[in-house]
Design a protein around this ligand. Sequence first.
Ligand SMILES: Nc1ccnc(=O)[nH]1
Length: 404
Amino acid sequence: MKKTIDVQAAVAVAASEAIAAKTQGTFGVGGVMLDQFGTVLKSLHNNVIRHGLIFDPTAHGERQLIDWYYAERAKGRELPPPHEITIVTSLDPCAMCTGAILAAGFSMVAAAPDTKAGINYNGSAFFPSLPQPLQRQAEATFSYPAVLGSSSYARRGAGAAPKPFFIGKTIAEPTQALCSLVFEATSAGVMDLFNIDPPGSALKDPATLPADHAIVRALKRACPDALTYRGTPQRPDAGLAPYLQQAMARDKAQGGKGDAVALLDAFGNLLLCTHGRQNASGIRTAFMEATRAYAQLRYKLMEGADAATQTEVRQYLGHPKDGTFVFALGPDESALSFMNLGAYGSTMEGALPESNPAQFQYVLPGMPEEELHALCGRLPPLYRNLIRIRPQQVADAALVAALS
Ligand SMILES: Nc1ccnc(=O)[nH]1
């Protein structure tokens, strides 16, 4: 086999992407995708923040590389199968990206650790956060190369051996330090941007706006059904069933299992309802579509707008923290479901409001509640201790019956 690249060289490319990400004001993380010969197919960086606004909470480097891979294949480009492809990332993947990488079946090489959100947060390369079969898969495909040196950045190699095409299999200490420092320089500041929206008590009801208001028109463009259902806040009822059923049918028509998610605001208004798009990309679940659609709706209304307009948008379209995500199908033990839990965490990036403990609800359970809560209790510290992800079943029996 023709060997063409050192781990060090690939990490250096990821590190320079990470610097570009910091320059943009988003999480300082970058990544590259390599084929089975070590050829760089694509390099890119985190895009969660643009122009100081949340652009896409799912736009982590690794997740974008995977969607890029599926998009290229959909365009007809011949790319090797996922098991021959390696993602090299400047920072240990979060829960979302871990689920996405495992669902797609890529190999992964990580440089700097992330002790809060990284799947290898404890450094063991043992992955206790993952459901059992996924632990085995990660142990066989996730590599943490040795960093040679004597500073705090030095480490022994852990996890799987990097693919044989890599010539040198270690990371230089300054490059590893760069990956860590660039991320650490951005992390707190970016997380703060997820917590500057008005509190639930200061939000305004978009259903009171005239139909030709820019916010209402944007909502309707994102989802024609927006504002046509309103339930009791935090208590979705059977009135939501037809919307979820329609999205489930669309998901099934694409070969899915009926993956559908609705987002309700703090007043109980339906804002949008999405289905999976796995024919476009294997990782485009309904939740990924929902959280992206809502973030981009807010972004488009605020980007380049004056301060008064931005304030108005934030009042009528609050952070999803103060709303309710309603999943037709609850979390299960699959990699895509793990990705969704992580993406939920990446949407929140901070504690949920105490006034809204049931922000994450599902209609039909995907696993017994106790097992689900145990799974959430094993997630890396950010998800377990700060966000405290705790999905619960909707209270309304008629909604459950309607989807059963
Ligand atoms: N591992 C990562 C954490 C945060 N953002 C990213 O793009 N990647």
